[in-house]
Ligand binder design. Structure first.
Ligand SMILES: NC(=O)c1ccc[n+]([C@@H]2O[C@H](COP(=O)([O-])OP(=O)(O)OC[C@H]3O[C@@H](n4cnc5c(N)ncnc54)[C@H](O)[C@@H]3O)[C@@H](O)[C@H]2O)c1
Length: 326
């Protein structure tokens, strides 16, 4: 099969994708600066340490491994950080992708799968959100992802670059075999935060907003299992082998769960009480983000197989209880 360069492959979604690529017969070569990733999550192929903004290092790695395609996860991800320090996001996410594309062009690598996000939609008018909804991000993180989507479209038109931009909704859960999981520092994602309360590592979970126009007043999100995201990337690599046209696709389930429902499911799965505290809404948090998920199904034959909420929470609980934050 193929060699695939996986930038950010030491991180959460990237490491799960490397496992899935390896299981599908590919060789994933991880390129990561380990700023937020973990060396011991790189287990399914070679590791090359480097920064995504280092074009010379990228050129050397591409020449050494000669991948057929790149899956590009590397970048900064925390929305609050992007508000405080937008420059670092434009550098890592936009300049970094620009350097990557230049190095790919020099090396004759013409296929890329890019980690985009539901954050490109900002506060949507229509839910479930179709891919042709307006992209009006409400934070610098989303701005940088939208800019990269535009960059990819420009390169596709100019150089024939083949690309898939996959707009993930809320990645959650952990490897079904218990080998990998979510380890962000700081952690800002709801499921791991709630499970850290269950483990006694946090006193309570703050619920930001209880007066949204949703059934129980708390914000609704579309949670998709990280193993399902990984499978979509394997399918996207095959899609680019066979198709020249760009693919922009949501990766979500089409079903939303409220913050309260997440906490309730975590209580049921863990058997712990999980105290919570109601807090004010956070600026820029939409009431509901739920994907219209048909395009990924039609183009990639992708249906999330592990994304029912109990499976997500049970897999994450296994990971967090076996690998507690020190
Ligand atoms: N986690 C989610 O719910 C979610 C949702 C939508 C989109 N995304 C996107 O998916 C991708 C992966 O997210 P994740 O949750 O796995 O994040 P992560 O932080 O776990 O992984 C990102 C990886 O990129 C590496 N990295 C960061 N800056 C780098 C740089 N300058 N050079 C080289 N490597 C660098 C980090 O060390 C890390 O291993 C990101 O691009 C993110 O924006 C994530």
């Amino acid at each position: 099969m193929s060699t695939i360069l996986v930038t950010g492959g030491a991180g959460y979604i990237g490491s799960h994708t490397c496992k899935a690529l390896h299981a599908a017969g590919h060789t994933p070569v991880v390129y990561d600066n380990l700023s937020n990733g973990h060396r011991n999550a790189v287990r399914w192929g070679p590791f090359e340490q480097g920064d995504i903004t280092d074009r010379d290092r990228l050129r050397d790695v591409l020449a050494a491994h000669r991948p057929e395609a790149v899956i590009h996860f590397a970048g900064l991800i925390e929305v609050g950080h992007s508000v405080r320090d937008p420059g670092s996001f434009w550098h890592a996410n936009v300049v970094g992708t620009w350097k990557l594309l230049a190095a790919m062009r020099d090396a004759g690598v013409g296929r890329i799968v890019f980690s985009s996000t539901a954050a490109v939609y900002g506060i949507p008018d229509t839910v479930p959100i179709p891919e042709d909804a307006p992209t009006v991000p409400v934070n610098p993180y989303g701005d940088t992802k939208r800019a990269v989507e535009t960059m990819l479209a420009n390169h596709a038109a100019a150089d024939g670059l083949r690309y898939a931009a996959l707009r993930y909704f809320n990645a959650a859960g952990a490897d079904p075999d218990g080998e990998l999981g979510e380890r962000h520092d700081p952690e800002t994602h709801l499921v791991p935060l709630v499970l850290q309360v269950a483990l006694g590592q946090r006193d309570e979970i703050a619920v930001f907003g209880n007066d949204y126009p949703t059934p129980d007043g708390t914000a609704v999100r579309d949670y998709v299992h990280v193993a399902d995201l990984a499978a979509a990337h394997v399918a996207a690599v095959a899609h680019l082998d066979a198709n020249e046209a760009p693919l922009v696709a949501n990766l979500g389930t089409g079903t939303g769960y409220s913050v309260r429902e997440i906490i309730e499911t975590c209580r049921a799965v863990t058997g712990h009480a999980i105290p919570h505290r109601d807090a004010a809404r956070r600026a820029g948090d939409p009431p509901q983000l739920v994907a219209a998920a048909d395009r990924a199904k039609d183009a990639l034959g992708w249906t999330p197989a592990n994304s029912d909420l109990e499976t997500i929470v049970a897999s994450a609980w296994r990971w967090h209880s076996e690998n507690p934050v020190p």
